[in-house]
Design a protein around this ligand. Structure first.
Ligand code: NAG
Ligand code: NAG
Ligand code: NAG
Ligand code: NAG
Ligand code: NAG
Length: 720
């Protein structure tokens, strides 16, 4: 039998080889070995014809995919990708695009490049000096990273899209720069107006949110540092976290439509309100933890609130200022239109070429990008290599698989967003799922986030992948036993390229990674050397991520019936409603949502029944291609129901009413409801105000309820 043939393959076909050339020969021989075994299998399957049901179709495929894993090829891709820094819009970045393209082409995959012309933002000049109270001379503070030659090609630390400007003011510490942090300062009698704020990254605040809030409070400039643990400071002292301060996602000059490079495209002017509202109004830049420590250690004034000291590793500053230290801040940047390149490999589906399973990772990096994002790029190319091998063995997925290498993610998900905007109708009607990997490997421990209908298949595939850190258990076992709290996270935050797919186009999405909070994030130390020394010395974690990612691609593209479970969605929504009910005050009713969830649950159960029946009929040999397609379409389109044309108030580009960013409050779901509950427009006190606020919350609840009803009705696919 085919299955036993495959399970009896020697274990050594999992190719963990070292980098010597004999091992290349070994790979070659093993590959031949797999090919001949598969060919044998394939021929055996010719009569009778292979049954199309999941179980008969998959085992050989999945074994071929898993057995052709190679930590050697992945490490090799990563080494090439990280030879030079490759910031979006620069010429080394073009070379990185070529590298991916050439690899796809040499694997005989249909390859193309789509360019966009978008507004990027670069560093020109920056300086920061401190006037300490003990000396009359200004002390220049370092703004570069130690050991970086000027010829390294690494860009100086900066905040993309920060306005240019100079500021002179007393230094004041504002912790994470949240509303509650400013409240604490105010109650300690600290006035931040006219000051230069020192903020610590974290607390759920984006860089943009920190600067916007600071400007609101009257701060004249912001410097931001990232706190690292002791080990990181010992080995990588002086690292500075670059980043974007753009609000929202996508090219600022073409909001909502693709920034095509050729032809007639509307581009807004730089002074257009739509453009300006994306940029903060005060300047900011990043500094190292060491520089921050020097400033903070010199502050006097009010004591650091007790609850701010949590996890504070510096330990040796007690006062928040303002002053007596003055900071003299200058930043000069340049916003300019540049060409970015998305690179694609397309594997046309054999039966449903018009259904798309999209696997994506960005390629552009602040510096060398070994973790962020090229650990993911290396895994993506390795998946391409393994899919290509399977195709030479006769495989062709039922649906189309699109492998995407995005550009300019670091500036605000620009490459993926322009592409989604340009292809919105096709993706909206034909995209089955989007699977994102950004920083594939940051260290130990598997993490995954997904829209809930994909929970089951995600868990399923992690049971087939070996745990890279123990090698004798499955990834699932290790993941389950080392996770407290929910196993699978959700995708409300906007931190990678799933945002346009899920939040704008309503495509079911997954995001995968190993490790988190790596200490060299966006610094010049995010290099191949760091990866080999700390992140993944033997590249086994890379292999594991590629395994999960690639298997998800195979299932979503090739399972006859899409492996979607909407009962998980209904359950998750019930949980959200439960959490929300504890937070609501007054006479706001959640009833509209609970009854909509009931509809979704009924529809999900009905679909489940239909799936079961269809599988039975299929296994009895009935040809049910069109009915299967009809059912799959309902499964694919149900997620689109959560979209709302009006989108989230004040940020209309975000259309998804279950998952998306809230401007205030951290519900983690129902962003419109969160904004209504915590938004700054809601003032405390007056009865009338409270009533108005309740009405807005109730309205947002109705909108969510209608979104859930739309999803249920797409799943039922019957007209009323
Ligand atoms: C995309 O841009 C690159 C770099 O500017 C250029 O070399 C290439 O020819 C362009 N490709 C297409 C398809 O326009
Ligand atoms: C002045 O204060 C700064 C900051 O606290 C400190 O680093 C420096 O050593 C002091 N210089 C002198 C001469 O005491
Ligand atoms: C701040 O720095 C700038 C540029 O280095 C300098 O021209 C200016 O005089 C300084 N301002 C103060 C108040 O020291
Ligand atoms: C691949 O894995 C093997 C077995 O753990 C290890 O000996 C080898 O060094 C790894 N290769 C690379 C390039 O990390
Ligand atoms: C919902 O909550 C229950 C109880 O708190 C929990 O057991 C379950 O796992 C949650 N389900 C989801 C999908 O989060």
């Amino acid at each position: 039998m085919a299955q036993s043939l495959y399970t009896s393959l020697p274990k050594s076909t999992t190719i963990f080889t070292s980098s010597t050339s004999p091992s290349c020969t070994l790979i070659f021989i093993l590959t031949l070995c797999i090919i001949s075994l598969y060919t044998l299998h394939y021929h055996n399957q010719q009569t009778p014809p292979p049954s199309p049901s999941t179980t008969a179709r998959h085992p050989p495929l999945i074994s071929t995919f898993l057995n052709s894993a190679s930590n050697y090829t992945i490490s090799n891709y990563l080494r090439h990708l990280t030879l030079h820094p490759h910031l979006a819009g620069t010429s080394p970045s073009s070379a990185a695009a070529d590298y991916v393209k050439t690899n796809f082409e040499s694997l005989h995959l249909q390859t193309h490049v789509t360019n966009y012309s978008v507004l990027l933002s670069y560093h020109l000049h920056s300086s920061l000096t401190a006037h300490f109270s003990n000396s009359s001379t200004a002390v220049p503070l370092p703004l570069t990273e130690p050991g970086l030659g000027s010829d390294s090609g690494v860009v100086k630390p900066y905040h993309a899209y920060s306005p240019s400007g100079s500021a002179y003011g007393k230094a004041v510490y504002v912790h994470h720069g949240r509303e509650e942090d400013y409240r604490a300062l105010a109650s300690a009698g600290v006035d931040v107006k006219g000051c230069v704020a020192v903020a610590k990254r974290g607390g759920g605040m984006s860089r943009n949110a920190v600067v916007v809030k600071a400007a609101e409070k009257g701060v004249v400039a912001v410097v931001m540092y990232t706190e690292n643990n002791d080990r990181a400071r010992t080995y990588y002292g002086g690292g500075v976290e670059r980043g974007t301060v753009l609000d929202g996602v996508g090219d600022p000059l073409t909001p909502g439509w693709g920034a095509r490079i050729n032809g007639d495209v509307e581009r807004l002017g730089m002074e257009d309100d739509e453009v300006l509202k994306r940029f903060p109004t005060v300047a900011s830049m990043p500094i190292s933890g060491e520089t921050a420590e020097l400033i903070l250690g010199s502050l006097e004034g009010a004591r650091v609130p007790h609850w701010w000291r949590d996890g504070d590793l510096f330990g040796n500053f007690n006062r928040v200022g303002p002053g007596p230290t003055f900071l003299n801040f200058t930043y000069q940047g340049e916003n300019k239109v540049a060409t970015i390149q998305n690179v694609f490999a397309v594997i046309k589906g054999s039966e449903e070429a018009d259904r798309f399973v999209v696997l994506g990772n960005h390629r552009d990096a602040w510096t060398y990008g070994a973790v962020d994002p090229n650990s993911g790029t290396a895994a993506l190319i390795d998946i391409a290599r393994r899919y290509s091998l399977m195709m030479r063995l006769g495989w062709n997925p039922q649906r189309t698989i699109v492998l995407c290498s995005w550009d300019a993610e670091e500036f605000g998900m620009i490459g993926s967003t322009e592409w989604v905007e340009q292809n919105l109708v096709n993706l909206g009607s034909k995209a089955v799922a989007y699977i994102n990997v950004d920083c594939a490997v940051q260290g130990p421990g598997f993490f995954a986030a997904a829209t809930p209908q994909l929970d089951d298949i995600l868990v399923e595939v992690t049971k087939k992948v070996t745990d890279p850190d123990s090698l004798d258990s499955t990834l699932f076992e290790k993941w389950r036993t080392s996770t407290d709290g929910p196993l699978i996270q959700r995708l409300s935050d906007v931190f990678s390229d799933f945002a346009p797919f899920l939040h704008h186009a309503g495509v079911p999405s997954i995001d995968l990674y190993y490790g988190k909070d790596f200490p060299v994030y966006h610094t010049a130390f995010d290099s191949y050397e760091w990866m080999v020394k700390y992140g993944d010395p033997f590249f086994h974690r890379h292999v594991a991520v590629a395994g999960v990612w690639g298997l998800l691609g195979i299932h979503l593209a090739d399972d006859p019936i899409l492996p979607f479970n909407y009962l998980s969605y209904a359950t998750q929504l019930q949980n959200y409603t439960h959490s929300l009910s504890k937070l609501l005050e007054g006479d706001v009713s959640l009833h509209p949502i609970t009854s909509a969830i009931q509809e979704l649950e009924d529809a999900a159960k009905q679909v489940e029944e239909e799936m079961k029946k269809l599988r039975e009929e299929e296994s009895e040999g009935h040809v049910i291609v069109l009915r299967r397609r009809m059912l799959n379409d309902r499964l694919m389109l149900a997620e689109r129901g959560f979209l709302d044309t009006e989108g989230i108030r004040g940020r209309q580009w975000f259309k998804h009413l279950v998952y998306g960013p809230a401007s205030e409050g951290k519900l983690g779901f129902f962003p419109g409801v969160a904004d209504a509950m915590y938004g700054s427009s809601t003032s405390r006190g007056e009865k009338k105000e409270a009533k108005k606020k309740q009405e807005i919350i109730q309205h947002e609840i109705w909108r969510v309820a209608r979104a859930i009803q739309r999803a249920a009705s797409a799943l039922k696919a019957e007209l009323t």
